[in-house]
Design a protein around this ligand. Structure first.
Ligand code: ADP
Ligand code: MG
Length: 684
């Protein structure tokens, strides 16, 4: 049967609908909340004579075309000359349609807008916006909005669909008047209309800075919706059943008794918080934050012990093989002697080993499972999963964390997420609003602070000498190669070259190399050799960034430190300073440094406090980069800016709390409006 043919018009509109959908603009409310990126000022017209004096600025002028030619030198281009009152202006179009020669034919009157500059042959504009007009055609009265647009969606079309949507939606304010005025917020309708069509005389500066009261209203509404949905999700979580992992039993106690050290006060405090949650009949969702080296692993092991004591399984997932392997060795080293059966599951296991691991997980034989992403594969089923621990949680996407959580059959396991990247308060209140947070704010005793120095690349020979004398004193060195974002191959090449160079410069020392492309077994071998002291120097790419623990390494060299993010440098630096020896971190940089780069490296030299560094990093780089591609990829906040709108975040949080307890119907209406505009605020 032949498929029914659609008329070309229907096809075209279907394509438009698709394009709108791709921008998330399927519903009227989404279209109405698609706010301008910026505005163009077409309300003013300059005479050519005035405009010529304003060289370098964007201006709007009119004139009559006196010449219109396609030229071929130096390259094909359309060159139009227009004149007004004895002055002339040249327009240049490097890409153009044939139809434009008609639009701009000699004798036509044009209104053009663009940046005017003095070219070789007098004043010119390259690629101005052009309109044919009659003499005396009226100017728009308000600024012209420019919307975020997708491929194939013109501003004209967006203006039209947004205008249509505005005539259809229910404009009622989701905030009751009394609440709105007490918060000093503009009414919703007035704010939205102003942003789409700023009236004459509006404060353009505030509009551009997005600090105009109309923007403030939008940001507040957005943040309120986010807070409401997070709090709802949190409440829903409390309705789900989770296994009650009763207070510590035999294994927990035995582990506590056999640890080679006493827990710090901070470790004891966070452990008490976790224990309390594990004993509740609804799932814990707790983020354990602690600076590098603060001792999160032992807390995780003690939490796992509590699950096992209660007859449940615990799973620990780490973002890399190296890290997972290290946890496995450490935690198994503590728990296996106490009779706990620990399984190991990663992608690199042989098929038969993998099957055996899966079987022991499924039968409940394995009480603790340590591994990588392999743990969240479909074919892994747990018998009685009670606790999920995710290390370096920011390395995982939300979906991945969810998958592991959903592996608890029947009930939802408790979840403990760990992170050494301290999350500044504003971020914690938005991106992580549904998490409880525990903080280890104290390092184990006996650590000597790390001294950080900046050295230029030119002093590489001295740095190598330093590595040599460290080795002769029995201390080990990490040598970290620069991050080359554009190319993993290039990064690898640099690491290989550096390794060859150091091996040649330090013939009497053992120099190892570890990078992301090594087979897991090879990687393990190198790491193990380093951990056992068989290697003096370990040349590494950023694969060692997280979690690796070799207390005897006390010198770290980071090449091209200026290319790293501050939090990442802090993570890297945290690989040393883990033993009793005084540690040194040398940040090598390629001079000359710009002022920002200089400031950033100075922060590293001055501060060893991860929270302080994260806060400054956030100031300099903004939250998107701070969170890394994984999390910012689902940019949830379109209007609010976490770096500058903290006060609004706090206000929205308080209002959300009040609405949920005192006016749930208002909360419903607000969520309906904003979730209708965007569906993924929810991230449990
Ligand atoms: P991180 O928080 O970065 O994951 P780790 O858990 O790897 O830190 O701990 C860093 C080092 O400190 C490990 O060698 C660990 O055994 C040790 N450690 C942890 N807690 C204590 C403590 N209370 N006293 C002494 N050493 C500790
Ligand atoms: Mg760790």
């Amino acid at each position: 049967m032949p498929s029914p043919r659609k008329s070309p018009a229907a096809n075209k509109s279907l394509r438009t609908a698709d394009k709108l959908a791709r921008l998330g603009l399927s519903t009227d409310i989404a279209r109405v909340l698609h706010l301008p990126l910026r505005y163009e000022d077409e309300t003013r017209l300059h005479t050519l004579q005035e405009a010529l004096k304003l060289g370098g600025m964007t201006v709007q002028v009119e004139g009559v075309v006196t010449e219109c030619d396609v030229q071929y030198r130096p390259r094909r281009q359309l060159v139009v000359t227009m004149a007004e009152g004895g002055d002339t202006l040249t327009l240049r179009f490097l890409n153009f349609y044939g139809s434009q020669t008609t639009q701009m034919a000699v004798g036509k009157r044009l209104r053009v807008r663009g940046e005017l500059r003095q070219g070789f042959f007098g004043a010119e504009m390259v690629h101005p916006a052009v309109k044919s007009v009659e003499t005396g055609a009226p100017l728009p009265e308000s600024l012209t909005p420019v919307y975020p647009a997708g491929e194939g969606l013109s501003q004209t079309l967006l203006r039209k669909v947004i205008g249509e949507a505005m005539s259809r939606i229910d404009w009622s304010d989701t905030l009751p008047d009394a609440l709105r005025t007490s918060l000093d917020l503009m009414p919703f309708e007035a704010a939205v209309r102003l942003l789409h069509h700023p009236p004459p005389g509006v404060d353009e500066y505030l509009l551009g800075e997005r600090t105009h009261p109309a923007w403030v209203r939008m940001k507040f509404d957005e943040l309120l919706a986010q807070q409401l949905s997070m709090k709802r999700a949190q409440a829903a979580r409390r309705q789900q059943g989770a296994p009650v992992l009763a207070a510590a039993g035999a294994i927990t106690q035995a582990l506590g008794a056999t640890l080679p050290f006493a827990l710090t006060g901070a470790q004891q405090r966070v452990l008490a918080e976790i224990r309390h949650d594990l004993g509740a009949p609804f799932p814990m969702q707790r983020l354990l934050q602690g600076d590098v080296g603060s001792g999160k692993t032992v807390v995780a092991a003690l939490a796992a012990a509590q699950a096992i004591d209660s007859g449940y399984q615990a799973a620990l997932m780490a973002p890399t093989e190296i890290l997972a392997e290290q946890h496995f060795r450490k935690i198994a080293g503590w728990l296996a002697p106490l009779g706990v059966r620990v399984a190991w599951l990663t992608g690199s296991l042989k098929k038969r080993e993998k099957e055996a691991a899966r079987a022991s997980i499924e039968s409940g034989e394995a009480q603790l499972v340590v591994g990588t992403h392999a743990l969240i594969q479909d074919d892994v089923a747990f018998e009685r999963l009670g606790l999920v621990i995710v290390d370096e949680q920011h390395r995982f996407g939300v979906a991945q964390r969810l998958t592991l959580r959903n592996k608890g059959l029947g009930s939802v396991p408790h979840q403990l997420m760990m992170s050494a990247t301290p999350i500044p308060r504003t971020l914690a209140m938005t991106y992580y609003a549904d998490l409880e947070v525990s903080v280890i704010d104290e390092l184990p005793p006996g650590r000597t602070p790390i001294v950080t120095r900046l050295v230029t690349q030119e002093r590489r020979d001295e740095v190598i000498q330093r590595v040599r004398s460290a080795a002769h004193e029995g201390r080990q060195t990490y040598w970290v190669c620069p991050l080359i974002e554009e190319s993993e191959a290039l990064q690898l090449q640099t690491a290989t070259d550096t390794h060859a160079l150091l091996a040649a410069a330090l013939p009497e020392l053992q120099v190892g190399l570890v990078h992301g492309r090594l087979k897991p077994a090879e990687k393990q071998q190198v790491m193990q050799a380093f951990a056992q002291g068989a290697l003096h120097v370990l040349v590494a790419t950023t694969v060692i960034e997280v979690g690796v623990d070799v207390p005897n390494a006390s010198l770290m060299v980071i090449e091209h430190a200026e290319r790293f993010g501050l939090s990442q440098l802090h993570q890297l630096r945290g690989r040393v300073g883990r033993g009793a020896a005084a540690s040194v971190c040398l940040l090598m940089y390629q001079g000359p440094l710009g002022p920002v780069a200089r400031q950033r490296l100075a922060i590293m030299r001055e501060s060893s406090d991860g929270f302080e560094i994260a806060r400054r990093d956030l100031e300099i780089r903004g939250p998107g980069e701070f969170l890394g591609a994984r999390q910012s990829g689902q940019a949830m906040l379109r209007f609010a800016d976490l770096a500058t709108d903290q006060w609004l975040v706090e206000r929205a949080r308080d209002v959300a709390q009040t609405l949920l307890s005192k006016a749930p119907a208002v909360a419903d209406a607000h969520l309906a409006r904003w979730l209708g505009a965007k569906e993924d605020y929810l991230r449990v």
